[in-house]
Design a protein around this ligand. Structure first.
Ligand code: SF4
Length: 376
C-alpha cells in the first residue's frame, strides 16, 4: 500500500500549470494542515495495521512551502496512524526557493529519504518564460544542501519542448544536471493546458508548441544522452540509475493500491464491490470544513481494470507483464487483444516478448495511438 499526500499551495502559479494548486496565506495553510491531519487520522481505520506502507509521497503544489514543523507534524501523523515499512521510500517534492539548508536537514532527520526537485531548466530565459520563481543557482544550492543533509536519492524534473528551446539549449541543461549525478531524472514535454497563462498566450494548440517534429527530436536527444550516462529509461518520461526507479510512481503504473489524502487527492483501493477509484473534494472551502469529503467514487469494472493494466503497463519500458495479467484476470492478454497486438506489431509499434508486451522505439513516438487501441 502506498500513501500520497497533496499540498495544494505554491508561492506563485507557473505559466503552464493546471494542477490543483495556488497561493494561499499562512492562516489558510495552517487550517489546511490541521484538516489534512484530521483526514490522515480519519482514514487510518480503513487500512489494516498489518498493511505495510511501502511508499509515502508528498506532492503538490509545493509541499516545501510549508514550515518544517508543519511538514514534520503531517509526517508524524502518518507514521503514528499507519504501519510504515522500515525501508519505505519517502519522497517530498520541493521548490528550490522554499527548501533551505535547515529545512532539508530537518526533513532528512524526520525520515524523508527521497527528494524531487522541480528545476525544469538551467537557462534563466526559460525559467522566466515558464514563470518559475527560482534561478538555476537556487536549484544548485538546494541540490548541494540536500546532499549535505544526507539525501542519497534525488530526482530532478526537466521540462522539454519549451517554446524557443533548441537542441543545444536542452543539451546544456541535461549536461549540467548529469554532472550533478542525481539518481533519477524526470522529463516532461510542455503541453498547453486550458485555463493557464500559456493557454491565453498560445491559444488552443493541439500537440506541442514547438511542433511534433522538434518535440520528438528533443525527446530522443534526452533519451540518448541519459542512457549514454548510465540512466535506465524505465518509463516513457523517467530515467533512473539502476535500483533508483521511483517506487511510488512505478506502483502507480503497476496499479498498486494507494491512499491519497489532501485536496483533490485520488485513491485506488479495494472496496466491498471491487477496486474503487475515488477522489477527494477539489473545493478548498469544503475540504477545510470536512476533509473526509469525496467528490467522486466508482467501482471499476473488469473491463476498465483490464484497460488500465494495458495502458499503464505499456508506459513502462518493461511493458505489460503478461503472466501477471493472466494471473490477475484469468485470461491471457492475447486471448483479448490478439488482433490489436498483431496489427500493432506489424506496424513495428509493439514488441511481444515471452512474458511481456512493450512499446518499441517507434511505438514511443506513437504512444497515445497505441494506448487508444487497447480501449473499447
Ligand atoms: S510549482 Fe509546480 S504545482 Fe506550483 S504552479 Fe508551478 S508547476 Fe504548478
Amino acid at each position: 500500500m502506498q500513501i500520497y499526500i497533496h499540498i495544494p499551495f505554491c508561492a506563485r502559479k507557473c505559466n503552464y500549470c493546471d494542477f490543483l494548486s495556488g497561493p494561499a496565506d499562512a492562516q489558510v495553510q495552517e487550517m489546511y494542515v490541521n484538516a489534512l491531519m484530521h483526514e490522515i487520522r480519519g482514514r487510518s481505520s480503513s487500512v489494516g495495521r498489518n498493511e505495510k506502507i511501502t511508499s509515502i509521497y508528498f506532492g503538490g503544489g509545493t509541499p516545501s512551502i510549508l514550515s518544517a514543523k508543519q511538514l514534520g507534524d503531517i509526517y508524524a501523523t502518518v507514521t503514528q496512524e499507519y504501519s510504515v515499512a522500515d525501508d519505505a521510500e519517502i519522497t517530498i517534492e520541493v521548490n528550490p526557493k522554499s527548501a533551505d539548508r535547515d529545512k532539508l536537514h530537518f526533513l532528512r532527520g524526520m525520515g524523508f529519504n527521497r527528494l524531487s526537485i522541480g528545476m525544469q531548466s538551467t537557462h534563466q530565459s526559460e525559467l522566466e518564460m515558464l514563470g518559475r520563481i527560482h534561478t538555476y543557482d537556487d536549484f544548485l544550492e538546494c541540490f548541494i544542501n540536500a546532499r549535505d543533509a544526507g539525501i542519497k536519492n534525488i530526482n530532478v524534473d526537466i521540462m522539454t519542448a519549451i517554446p524557443g528551446q533548441t537542441e543545444q539549449m536542452l543539451e546544456a541543461t541535461l549536461n549540467k544536471v548529469i554532472d550533478l549525478d542525481p539518481e533519477h531524472i524526470s522529463t516532461y514535454s510542455l503541453s498547453i493546458e486550458h485555463g493557464t497563462p500559456f493557454y491565453e498566450q498560445f491559444g488552443d494548440i493541439e500537440g506541442p508548441v514547438v511542433g511534433e517534429e522538434t518535440e520528438r527530436k528533443l525527446y530522443w536527444l534526452t533519451v540518448d544522452m541519459l542512457k549514454a550516462k548510465g540512466y535506465r529509461h524505465y518509463e516513457i518520461s523517467n530515467f533512473a540509475k539502476p535500483g533508483f526507479e521511483s517506487r511510488h510512481n512505478t506502483g502507480y503504473w503497476r496499479r498498486n493500491r494507494y491512499l491519497g489524502m489532501g485536496l483533490g487527492a485520488s485513491s485506488y483501493l479495494p472496496g466491498a464491490g471491487g477496486f474503487e477509484r475515488c477522489r477527494n473534494t477539489t473545493s478548498l472551502e469544503t475540504y477545510l470544513q470536512n476533509p473526509m469529503t469525496r467528490e467522486e467514487s466508482s467501482v471499476l469494472t473488469r473491463q476498465e481494470m483490464i484497460e488500465e493494466a494495458m495502458y499503464l503497463g505499456l508506459r513502462l519500458m518493461d511493458g505489460v507483464d503478461t503472466q501477471a495479467f493472466e494471473n490477475e484476470f484469468g485470461v491471457s492478454v492475447r486471448s483479448i487483444y490478439a488482433d490489436v497486438i498483431d496489427d500493432l506489431a506489424a506496424q513495428g509499434l509493439v514488441y511481444e516478448g515471452a512474458s511481456s508486451l512493450s512499446l518499441t522505439d517507434l511505438g514511443l513516438d506513437y504512444g497515445n495511438h497505441v494506448f487508444a487501441k487497447f480501449l473499447k
